[in-house]
Structures are given as C-alpha cells and as structure tokens.
Design a protein around this ligand. Structure first.
Ligand code: PEP
Ligand code: MN
Length: 379
C-alpha cells in the first residue's frame, strides 16, 4: 500500500510526524519513505510493507496530510501501475522530459574510440536537432582480450564535446559502482556541460549489488536494459531494485533476447513487449534495434532490418530509441557490423518520425472508436 502525501507534507513537518507515529503503532507494518522529484514539486510517498491487508485504506486516507492511498495490486510496488493509480509516470532530467508520452532518439557510438569520431557524431546529431546520445566508455565484453572501453580517461572530452553540440543527455553504460563517482567527478570538473543517464547493460540486469548502488544515488537517471536470458517478469523485478533503493527515474529498454530462434538476427526482437511494459509499469519504454538485430542487412524493399525493427517498436508506442551510429563502422572497436553510418542519420530520424506519427494516429483512432462506443445508445 502507498500513502501519497499532500504536496506540503514531507519529513520534518508535524503532519508527517503524526502519520509516522500512527503507522508505528500498527503491528507487522514497515515503512519506506520516498521523495519523488517532479518538474514542479517534490512529493513524499510512504510505502507500507508487511501485513497491509489488516489496514483500513479509508481510515488512512482520512489522516491529516494524506492525499491518496494506492493499494498495490502486483509486484513492482514502486514502478508498477496499480489499480486506481494515477501517480504521474516519468521524470524530467537536464531539460528533457522522459515519460510514457514522450519520444527521444539516443543515437551514437557503441564504444568511444577517437575524439574525432565522438565530435563528428555529436555534430551529426545536433544537425538533426537531437538532444540525446549514446556513448560507451565502459564496455562489458564477452572476451577478456577484447577492447574494454577507454573508461574514465575519455569522459572529459566526451562531455565537453556533448555540451558544445547542445547534447543534454548522454546514455552511458556502467559496469561497476565506482563509475558513478568517476562520471560525477568528470562532469563536475568541467562545469556540467551535459547530463548522463546511467545505462545498466543486459549482462548486469541481475547484478543486484550494482543495481542497489545505482538506486541509492539520486543524481543520475537510469536506462535499464532487459536481461537477454531471463523472463520479462524477472527483468521488471530487477528494475524495481533501483526504485526500492530510492531512484525511480528509470527507462526500461528492450534489446532482444538470446535464443537461436532469432537467427540470422543477433537476438530475437522482443518489441511486442513495448505495450506490455507500458501497461504493467509507469516507466517510459525504450527499444534498442541495434543490439536486437546486430547486422546491417537490407531487405528487398531497400530498407535495413535495423530500421524495420525500430519502426516496429515505435509504432507500438516506444518512448526512446537507442541506436548505434558510427562515422566509419569498419573502424569501430566494438559492434561495427551493426553500426549505421552517420550519413544515414537524417533518414533514420525521418523513419522514426513517420512511425511516431503513425503511432499517434493509431492512438487517436482507437480513442475515437472508444468514445463512439461509449456514446452509442445501448441496444
Ligand atoms: C550497449 O548498449 O552497448 C550494450 C552492450 O547493450 P546490451 O547490454 O543490451 O548488450
Ligand atoms: Mn554494443
């Protein structure tokens, strides 16, 4: 059960004290307090854990300072969408809104290699009016002998270049909790010219200690990849680790699942789950067509499989597209075969806009049909 407090009630106010005192007298009930930072205001929510069946929701709703009571009907207490749950979805970060109504393209290098490639990539994104990007500094690789990323050494030039090109948010995978501090220090040292969304890669979806560490910090939002060999439910539970530790600013990103049945694609594209994640949770949902498809093959219609897969996710309501681009894919140190060329970026962005508009039209058509249904006389 969740108590959502009125906007002027938070830890330290008398009403908050009285509510906590009331709850402390209920046997078998534990409380966890979450501060939810929205664009306009910070709301306080009290999560009740334990024997909540014995609690009277109406009595709790009457307490001074309580705005609403939500009965948690499923797992994913914090990130889930529950019955009569009108809590807003999403968050604002560094001037960009991320929610289930928004849409952003995060294109860029799978792995940072040279300064020149980083700069050319950001310049190309800026020319398309994009304000988000992807850049990998810390790379989890299958082989210990493969390039592991430039790590902290590349952060100053990546962030400086992002800021110079007006990029507001860079998605960057981290593989160890110490990377959070390294990113914080690098941003601070050069005056925060951009923002970072910490990416949890598919190989770390169930690295619970890493998730807890990322969840404990409030500075950076998270782009959380679905695990490639586990169920959707297991991945959603893993995302909940972030929120249960205090960080609810999470985008859930589908990236295909590992099974030979996806061949010749690198993974089996799982974008039919876009509406499922939107229904079960309040998280904005991303798709990664590059790691799903894994190759630049072109269909008989002249359209690359990566474009086709991306469009399938966007037309189903995806809020974010994470996609590999490179100025010279043959020279990329990681995942060159799936990187699209920078010259293709305008077409990719146009293709995504076509799909996004088609999704919005579909939504409007379904809404019109519902309205007509509701107003038609009952036979
Ligand atoms: C990536 O986005 O660079 C990446 C490694 O993705 P995933 O964790 O989905 O394989
Ligand atoms: Mn990659």
């Amino acid at each position: 059960m969740i108590l959502i407090l009125q906007d002027n009630v938070h830890a330290g106010t008398p009403a908050f004290g009285t509510i906590m005192e009331y709850l402390s007298r209920r046997p078998g009930i534990e409380t966890r307090v979450h501060e939810v930072k929205g664009a306009q205001q910070t709301l306080t929510e009290i999560y009740l854990i334990g024997d909540t069946a014995a609690l009277d929701a109406e009595e709790l709703a009457e307490l001074t300072g309580v705005d609403r009571v939500v009965r948690v009907s499923r797992e994913y207490r914090v990130l889930g969408r529950h019955q009569d749950d009108f809590r807003p979805s999403g968050f604002e970060y560094n001037g960009v809104d991320f929610d289930q109504d928004g849409f952003e393209v995060f294109a860029g290098l799978c792995a940072v290699d040279t300064r020149e490639h980083v700069d050319r990539t950001f310049a190309a994104l800026a020319a398309q009016g994009l304000r988000c990007a992807r850049m990998g500094a810390y790379k989890p690789r299958t082989s210990p002998y493969a390039f592991q990323g430039h790590g902290a050494a590349c952060l100053p030039f990546v962030f400086e270049s992002a800021g110079r090109h007006g990029i507001r948010v860079v998605a960057m995978e981290i593989t160890h909790e110490k990377h959070i501090q390294e990113i914080h220090d690098a941003l601070t040292a050069i005056g925060r010219p951009t923002g970072v969304m910490l990416q949890v890669g598919t190989r770390n979806t169930q690295n619970f200690e890493l998730l807890k560490a990322i969840g404990r910090q409030q500075e950076f939002p998270v782009l959380f990849k679905r695990g490639f060999g586990i169920t959707l439910e297991e991945s959603l539970n893993a995302a909940e680790y972030l929120a249960s530790e205090g960080n609810q600013r999470v985008v859930f990103c589908l990236r295909g699942v590992k099974t030979g049945l996806g061949d010749p694609h690198r993974n089996l594209v799982d974008f039919a789950h876009v509406p499922v994640v939107r229904r079960l949770t309040r998280m904005p949902v991303g798709i990664d067509p590059s790691h799903s498809v894994g190759r630049r093959d072109v269909g008989p219609d002249g359209i690359e499989d990566i474009h086709h897969a991306a469009v399938q996710g966007v037309i189903a309501g995806a809020n974010l597209v994470l996609v590999d681009f490179h100025p010279a894919p043959a020279k990329a140190l990681v995942d060159g075969p799936q990187a699209l060329r920078l010259e293709e970026l305008p077409l990719f962005v146009e293709d995504m806009q076509i799909a996004r508009e088609a999704y919005l039209k579909r939504r409007a058509a379904h809404e019109r049909a519902r309205q007509a249904d509701a107003t038609s006389p009952v036979a």
